[in-house]
Design a protein around this ligand. Sequence first.
Ligand code: PBG
Length: 347
Amino acid sequence: MALLELGLQNILQTSNTTLSRRLRRLRTTPALRAMVRETELNARDFIYPLFVRHGSGRNEIRSMPGIFQLSVEEAVYEAQSAFNLGIPALMLFGIPAAKDSIGLENFSNQGIVQQAIRAIKQAIPEMIVMTDVCMCEYTDHGHCGVINTGNHPNLPQEYVLNDETLDILGKVAISHAEAGADVVAPSGMIDGMVSGIRSALDSTGFEHLPILSYSVKYASAFYGPFRDAAESPPQFGDRKTHQMDPANVREALRETALDITEGADMLMVKPALPYLDVLYRVRQAHPELPLVAYNVSGEYSMIKAAAANGWIDERKATLEALIGIKRAGADMIITYHAMDAARWLSQ
Ligand code: PBG
């Protein structure tokens, strides 16, 4: 006790030091903190991913609490709720009725995504409907391209073929455009996907349709829950021959520079939280283009799981993660937290 008193006395004696720089002055009240806040999070920053499937109703994805596979009718309902909360855009993913080696439903005008685009645009014309352009949800092998079954002896068996895949991606983009999509977003990390889709769109009267390229997409373990949601796990091998190595960042600048020359209108970095340095570097390298970050399924599920266990405050952790992504340089965030975050921000 005597020791503690002595210590306190010591501290009080030294406490009249004059400090000219006190950063705490501007943190004193909520009003002062709000006034000097550098980054702001808004519902209009969010792009909300939706999974659409055939049939009726909705079923929750086991590894993504609060996220559902939706029928077209339910997708329209969800889109309306998002729009009412101020969320301006959606990213659509489809679960087809049947899968095959090249994913025929992906470019059918009766495909599930095509139906959902038409229904959403009809109900909410102002909602920006973006579509993921990739093959993995539609192929029976679960890969993002045409597979080498031996016709390319110089390439490994089961290799995801590049140029054969480009033809199909062009067809998919046209089909989404015809259904009324506002933006197409190729996500397969196939070389030339932006220029291939650009020329496919230009030759069919869709010169005006923007491309959001998944420019920098890593071969990430954080896509695990998405593959449950989209029923798209690779049936053999992995995606490392096209998606990027998590160890690389200079390569990200090469990818983005190339996408710009190919005609990308917006760039993306994916995932978000483990790659904030990449986001920052891309922002610095290309300040002139809109930059999107994809806060992926595994990032979402980690917060959900910790919150469900009572280990973390879901609301605070979510908003902190999202503002971190914006602070690092993202203009927009594709996030499964969009609805919750928009609700919290409006309170
Ligand atoms: C490919 C695609 C994937 C994701 C978005 N588009 C899966 C993959 O590359 O394996 C993952 C998104 C997420 O994890 O939330 N169509």
